[in-house]
Design a protein around this ligand. Structure first.
Ligand code: FES
Length: 112
């Protein structure tokens, strides 16, 4: 039989209980850390998307007429294109550098 120990808070726990409680607590803490890391990777992160386009403007808005699109238009959604609002492929470098997964919006007419 093991003797119970008395902690500074008055909570009694035996050595046998301690041998079980410590590994359980460590596994629970590690599991919680891994779960929170997994969930935070799935959620949206806060921060600025636009780092360089028309920064002197309170809002960046572009408009185009449907008639001017032609058969296909490719619009940037990563905000890194030098031809913004059109995609110039800069998203590939951005994705490689950051681990992001952004790509363009492609608008095209249905095949006739
Ligand atoms: Fe931004 Fe392609 S350059 S989506």
């Amino acid at each position: 039989m093991t003797m119970p120990t008395l902690s500074s808070t008055g909570f009694r726990i035996s050595k046998d209980q301690l041998i079980v409680a410590v590994p359980v607590a460590v596994v629970a803490a590690a599991g919680g850390f891994l779960l929170s890391s997994y969930l935070s990777g799935r959620s949206c992160k806060k921060g600025r998307v636009n780092t360089c386009i028309s920064k002197d403007s309170p809002k960046v808005v572009h408009s185009c007429d449907m008639e001017d699109i032609g058969t296909k238009a490719v619009y940037c959604r990563c905000w890194k294109s030098k031809k913004f609002p059109y995609c110039d492929g800069a998203h590939a470098k951005h994705n490689e550098e950051t681990g992001d997964n952004v790509g363009p919006l492609i608008i095209k007419k249905r095949d006739a």
